[in-house]
Ligand binder design. Structure first.
Ligand SMILES: NC(=O)c1ccc[n+]([C@@H]2O[C@H](COP(=O)([O-])OP(=O)(O)OC[C@H]3O[C@@H](n4cnc5c(N)ncnc54)[C@H](OP(=O)(O)O)[C@@H]3O)[C@@H](O)[C@H]2O)c1
Length: 274
């Protein structure tokens, strides 16, 4: 899996296709979308029509907890005009988000979405997705999936930024050999004017956003910054020509205050994997 990805949430129509094309031109090789973003047709067209070979692009999508994973992927692939994606994630565990709004299920198997996981295993067997994983899952829910199916998710995609993360959770994922993808890695640019980030950025002749994405890279976390601006898209890819010292890494990690943009937006009460 590439070390840096491109997020496409809230990018629609031509803007979505143009942003993905700009990202591929800038050098990104991982593109993240979801059946729920309303842009899989445009993202698929940009990936399928790119001068970058399809096998060099790592395309990620997601299915919702109130969907049949096989049906959802079949529909998405039809809209994308592609025959497979590289990774498909369960977007949210059941009962947390999405259109179903079902009460928090009491049974651990239902809470973890074991039926969804089994559906994704079937989708992989049918060749629709090369790999499968989860998003917004905590350790307890992942353990339930693995105990029930013997199948370990390849990835957990969770909210992760200097202002909101958990090194303990990262350790848990490492112990299971699950890759961590970081969504809202720039905290949607809300807090990047923090003096600690500004100072480190200045020392390297970089921007605070580049410093944050480099921090992810040195942690072995795969960030998925999103941007609709070609300048920002290029800027965010410029993280491979400098290195943060251990002291700088520690200072950035020390900014943690368990802040979550997504929890704020959806009333979830904090980082969901804690
Ligand atoms: N699995 C999940 O549940 C989940 C949830 C949320 C997000 N995600 C994924 O993660 C991706 C990223 O998360 P996100 O979109 O919430 O937030 P983000 O990447 O942290 O921030 C995006 C915001 O930052 C701005 N920005 C980006 N680069 C910039 C730069 N260099 N300078 C100034 N502003 C900059 C963008 O504006 P401009 O467009 O103006 O650059 C945009 O408003 C999503 O697109 C999606 O693919 C997944």
């Amino acid at each position: 899996m590439p070390a840096l990805g491109f997020g496409t949430w809230q990018l629609h129509d031509e803007a979505a296709a143009d942003a993905v094309t700009a990202a591929l031109t800038a050098g990104y090789r991982l593109i993240d979308t979801s059946g729920s973003y309303g842009n899989v047709a445009e993202v698929g067209a940009a990936v399928g029509g790119s001068s970058v070979a399809r096998e060099d692009i790592f395309l990620v999508t997601k299915v919702e907890s109130d969907e049949d994973p096989v049906e959802s992927l079949r529909r998405q692939l039809g809209e994308m005009k592609l025959d497979r994606v590289d990774l498909t994630l369960i977007h949210w565990p059941p009962g947390v988000m999405g259109s179903a709004h079902e009460a928090h299920p009491a049974d651990p198997h239902d809470r973890a979405g074991v039926h969804l996981w089994q559906g994704l295993i079937r989708a992989r067997e049918q060749g629709m997705t090369t790999d499968i994983g989860v998003s917004n899952y905590n350790a307890e829910l992942i353990d339930v999936l693995v105990d029930a199916t013997d199948e370990v998710p390849a990835v957990d995609q969770v909210e992760w930024s200097p202002f909101g993360h958990s090194m303990r959770f990262r350790e848990y994922l490492r112990s299971r050999e699950i890759a961590l993808q970081a969504y809202s890695p720039l905290a949607q640019y809300h807090k990047l004017d923090h003096p600690v980030l500004q100072k480190i950025a200045q020392a390297h002749g970089k921007t605070p956003g580049q410093v944050v994405l480099r921090w992810d890279f040195q942690l072995g976390v795969v960030p998925l910054p999103r941007s609709g601006s070609v300048e920002h898209i290029k800027e965010n890819f410029g993280i491979f020509d400098f290195e943060l010292s251990d002291e700088e890494m520690g200072k950035i990690t020390g900014l943690n205050e368990e802040f979550s943009v997504i929890a704020d937006k959806h009333g979830l009460g904090g980082l969901i994997y804690l």
